[in-house]
Structure formats: structure tokens, C-alpha cells
Design a protein around this ligand. Sequence first.
Ligand SMILES: [Zn+2]
Length: 406
Amino acid sequence: MEELLIHNVEIWTLDDARVIDRGWLTAGGGKITNLGQGSPPPDIEAKTIVDGQGRLLLPGLVDCHTHLMEYATAEINHTQGKAQEMAAAANLLLALQSGIVATGEHHLGHPVLDMPMEKYKEILKATPLASAIAYGCCWLGFEPKVLTSATRPGAAFTEDVLTDEDYLLMAEASEFPGENLFLNYTCANAPLDAAPHAGGVTYDREKLSHIVDLFHGKGKAVGAHIEGDASARLFIEAGGDVIHHGHHLTPEIGELMAEKGVSLVLTPVAGTSKRPTSPEETLAFYRQGVFLALASDAYIYPHPEAQWISLAQDRLAGPAEYLRIVGSTLRYLVEKGVDSSEALKLITVNPRRLLRPGEEAAVLKPGRPADMIMCNKLPALVTEDPADIVLVVTQGHIQVDKRAAI
Ligand SMILES: [Zn+2]
């Protein structure tokens, strides 16, 4: 007896370019157990049976750079204390309802929020998402400059108070290489003129190499918030693993990333003091062979120069806007000849690999995670409306079903 059978669906496996135009898929024990073309074999029994009525089935969306559990709980939900825990779970629920089956969360410390490091993992574990969390420290480019750290939540420092012990704690607790370090001062969500130091370089070569070595010594890859070639080069030369944002990088750095196997998590909506990476620049990195993922950095205000994204600039964009954040870039890649399945990997298979490096690619194939979405139209490429994602399955179970509402 299978737990779940979905039939009468067009299956985008994302395993190469394989699309099964009318097929079926079964799941059990959290994994895909079988799939095929045409009608399911008559002897298959399942506890839950879904007739997809010709809709599309794809691996679930993965947003590998978000701040839903920490910063968003203050800025969107206005919570602290115990209520922060509720807000964190509520924001993850909104992601799931938007078709996002895994997020790359961040705990960077916060001047007010003092939820301890382990609590974030506890909340995540109680959800059906395949999210991972990165612990880090953050330099804010205000006057004076301010440092926060996951290891010292609920406090802000005007000088560097962190010791090796702090970095080792971050490394040990981190589940993926997110924004562990800020190589450039950030303006976070503040207007640029409120953060006069935004964009400035935070670490020298020696200090950065030392911190990267501390992470690697714990067997952990390290990621960093980066804008501009100088910081990217410093990070790559120090042995860093994943560049987040990477705004204003030249093709020269693209070549270096491809050569050294450094991954790039692009946030096309905003995230640094500089203009985000355009669809054209993204295509160039793709063609250079850089391992790419697209992320929202939710919640964040759209950058005024991100003209390829049609979102209100006075509203923080989050999980419900994910398809609009990534849509223009993915459509541009396809327009320029990139296969649709390959383009969709940038919001599914690739970011998931960054969150869960030990896992086999999360394509739709027997033995792989049963984390899927069923959609009216192809997400990002054809529709940017999360209402078109009508079914969200994680761990082989239906978690969100919008069909009755349509
Ligand atoms: Zn971020």
C-alpha cells in the first residue's frame, strides 16, 4: 500500500530534460517510490489518491536565502519574546503555501531579538519543510557601524568583540553555508542614506582566512554576503565556498568562481548597497559554468535599480512574491536558449543541493525526496501567481491543498 498516488499529471522530473506528458507517481516513507507514463498500473493501492486533471508536477521550490525566522519576525510581524516563535512558524507556513518546500534560514543575531541559537532548529524541526539554518554575524553599515552575532543574540556591538570561540560555535551549528559572514557592510532594509558605510569592506585578508579555516576545521563550508569584485576575490582566495548576492561582479570573477567551484546565490530583487545582478549578467554566469541558485532574501524592499522586477518598492517582498522575484531572470534564460528544465533547477534542485549537500539531487525519481508541487501552469516561467500552485507535498504527504478553493 502506497501512501500517495498522484496521476493524470505532466511530470517535470528535472532529471535532465525529462518530461512525462501524462504520468503518475507514488510516494511512501517520505520518498518517491515509483513513477511512470500513462495510467498507473491497476494493482497500485494508495491511502491518498490525487487526480491531477492534467496539471503539472515538479520538485518543490527551494528558496535558499531567507530571513523568515529572525529579521522578518521583527519587521513584518513586529514580534519578540515567545511571539517571535509563533511568527517564525507563521512565515515558514506562508513559504510552504507559496510552494516553497525548503528555505535557507539565517540567525545573525539581532539588537533586540534574543531567541537562543538552538530554538531556531527546534522550530524548524517541528515544520514539514526541508529547511536548513546558517548561523552568522552581521556588520551593519550605520554610523556608528554595528555588529550582531548569532552567538550573542539580543545585543549590538560597535566594535569587533567576537573571538574564535564565536566563529567555532557558528560553524558547528550551521547546517548550510549561508550568510555566515558579511564581507561588506550591509544596509539591511534601511534606506541607503541611513547606512553611510554600506558596501565598505569589513575583513582583511588575514582575518578572513583565519575565520574560513575555523569553519573548514569543523568540516563546514562557509558562505558570505558579498558585493563587488574586491570582496569576492578576497573570499575566493581565502577558500570561501558560497557567495551570497554577489552583486556587481564582473565576468572575470565568474571565471574564477567556475574554476574554483564557488557557488553563487543570486538575489535578483535586492540585498546589498549595489544594483542586483541583472538577467543578462545571470545568463553570462550560467554560460561560464558557475553553480547558480536564485533566492529572495525575504523579507526585503526591492532595490530601485532592479527594473526587471515589477514589485512595489515600498513593500517588503517575501515568500508570496518569490515567483515574481525569480520569474524575469528565468524567462530571460529560456528566451536565450536555456532549456526550461535547466532554468527551473535554479529555484529547485540547485538551491536544495546547497542546503543539503549530502543528499542526492532532489529530482522526481524513485528514491528521491517526495517534496513536490502541483501547478496549473509552469511556475516562474509561465505564472508568477502562487495561487497557481494548488498542491504542496512534502515528505510524501499533502501539506497544502488549494483545489477546493478554485
Ligand atoms: Zn540576507
